[in-house]
Design a protein around this ligand. Structure first.
Ligand SMILES: [Ca+2]
Ligand SMILES: [Ca+2]
Ligand SMILES: [Ca+2]
Length: 481
């Protein structure tokens, strides 16, 4: 839209130049990723682009915004030495970022929290910054660019090209506000050259300004060209406190946007005196951009990629009229020695569970022996009824059809051992088990001694003793992995 408007202006003005005057324009995008953690770790990842389209939907939470910058046209200034000459990119830019409700002219949103996951901090220690640390520069945005398509990293506009590594144009940055940003907007922020320093360039040359498409003819005195490929300014908005609905993010250019003069040869120009400072001229036009989006309820599963973990496993049996008693299988290699082996398991997970497909059934789990007759879910607990589990062997149950509310399937398995008659759980049936049982004859059954009631009658007597004696010599085949 900026260019179309420009051409109509050119046609109407008698004194207009016979070329397109310089325009600095921006394109906002939403939903990108600055890979803040990697940037803070100095890994230099590329900014993953967002989408410049209007009308996209985002759920409440962190909204990544970014804007690329582009310079087109020739400088137009009648009577000036640079009139009709190319621009070498943006020498400095000043913008405000505003969030409005409904339309671009709607109410300014005062409950939006602008911040930078890379740059926040100002005077406070990095570790307490909202973004978790990094280059504490006290701004609610960060600046970056990509130098050439073939270059694998991306840099900060503040970095010096003379480092020979990151090739930044070495702009100075005026950042306002410090954290937290003023409600609803980032005002009058930007970056620019305080001086276009030849000594700051690639060795002896000068790095051009930003916003120039790759492949642009190389200006006199500069090295490889092309600094307009990825967003130059990016940040985050915490939208958690906002009402649902439609919003418009506006990037409003401020006054003072300059372009680098294409008529100045900094390689041969004086290194001191007025010429050195006359490297920039006011851009003929700076065009605002807007992007409209809709805010919806936060997705409770946006951050949940963690499968439910097994917290505890119990083997439950009913002992006559004395009620239910559990053998706790939570620790590894625990033996169930009572009659029938494993017949009812209660597995508790770290979070509420549900069945994939909605209804839990025998297919929700898989077992290495026996058959599953019923599977029931109650909150974070899963009850599995089974029969026919192989004696004197390990038993493993998996939960392929059990997941959390966000669809993360259980990946853990549970192993227990089954050995009828093994009261002390050492994987062997022998006289030690007989001694343990004899010590409990006549005692009341409790959770502590329930393993000795082998036939689950509710009492300890000669029937249990016979069962042990008949199994003396049985040994567990396989331990749990
Ligand atoms: Ca989870
Ligand atoms: Ca034993
Ligand atoms: Ca008994």
């Amino acid at each position: 839209m900026g260019m179309a408007r420009l051409f109509s202006v050119v046609l109407m003005l008698a004194a207009a130049p016979a070329f397109a005057a310089s325009v600095v324009s921006y394109e906002l995008q939403l939903g990108g990723d600055n890979h803040a953690a990697d940037v803070i770790a100095l890994q230099r990842p590329m900014y993953t682009p967002g989408n410049p389209a209007d009308g996209l939907t985002f759920s409440k939470g962190v909204l990544n915004w970014a804007a690329s910058i582009a310079v087109t046209g020739l400088h137009s200034q009648t009577g000036h030495a640079s009139d009709g000459k190319p621009t070498w990119g943006v020498a400095n830019f000043v913008v405000s970022i505003e969030l409005h409700q409904g339309t671009a002219d709607g109410p300014l949103v005062t409950t939006a929290d602008f911040y930078s996951s890379i740059h926040d901090g100002g005077a406070v220690p990095c570790t307490t910054c909202k973004g978790g640390g990094g280059f504490c520069a006290g701004s609610a945005f960060a600046l970056s660019y990509k130098r050439v398509p073939a270059w694998t990293g991306y840099a900060r506009v503040t970095e010096a090209a003379s480092s020979g590594v990151y090739y930044g144009p070495f702009m100075e940055v005026c950042m306002w506000p410090t954290v937290p940003a003023a409600a609803g907007k980032i005002l009058g922020t930007g970056a620019g050259y305080a001086q276009w320093c030849r000594g700051c360039g690639l060795g002896t040359t000068t790095t051009p300004g930003i916003g120039i498409p790759a492949g642009t003819p190389v200006p006199v005195g500069s090295g490889t060209f092309g600094l307009g490929i990825v967003p130059v300014i990016e940040g985050q908005i915490d939208t958690s406190a906002l009402e649902l609905g439609t919003y418009v993010l506006r990037l409003v250019p401020g006054t003072g946007t300059n372009v680098l003069r294409g008529d100045v040869d900094l390689m041969t120009a004086p290194t001191s005196g007025p010429q050195v400072q006359a490297f920039a001229v006011a851009a003929n036009e700076a065009v605002e951009d807007t992007i409209t989006f809709t805010l919806t309820e936060a997705d409770p599963c946006a951050d949940d990629t963690v499968a439910p973990a097994i917290v505890s496993t119990l083997s439950r049996k009913t002992h006559g009229t004395k009620g239910e008693f559990d053998v706790d299988l939570t620790a590894g290699n625990v033996v169930e020695g009572r009659t029938g082996g494993l017949t009812k398991l209660i597995v508790t997970f770290s979070e509420p569970i549900q069945a994939a497909g909605g209804t839990a059934g025998p297919d929700s789990v898989s077992v290495t022996s026996g058959t599953v007759s019923n599977v029931a879910i109650n909150g974070d607990a899963l009850t599995v009824d089974l029969a026919g589990v192989t004696n004197a062997d390990r038993f493993i149950i998996a939960f392929p059809g059990i997941q959390d509310a966000c669809g993360n399937a259980v990946t853990e398995t549970k192993c227990a051992r089954v050995l009828f008659g093994d009261i002390n759980g050492d994987g062997k049936v022998n006289t030690m088990d007989m001694t343990l049982l004899r010590n409990n004859v006549g005692m009341e059954i409790t959770a502590a001694n329930c393993r000795a009631d082998l036939n689950t009658s509710g009492t300890f007597n000669t029937q249990d003793m016979t069962l042990v004696r008949n199994n003396v010599g049985t040994i567990m085949a396989n331990p749990c992995p």
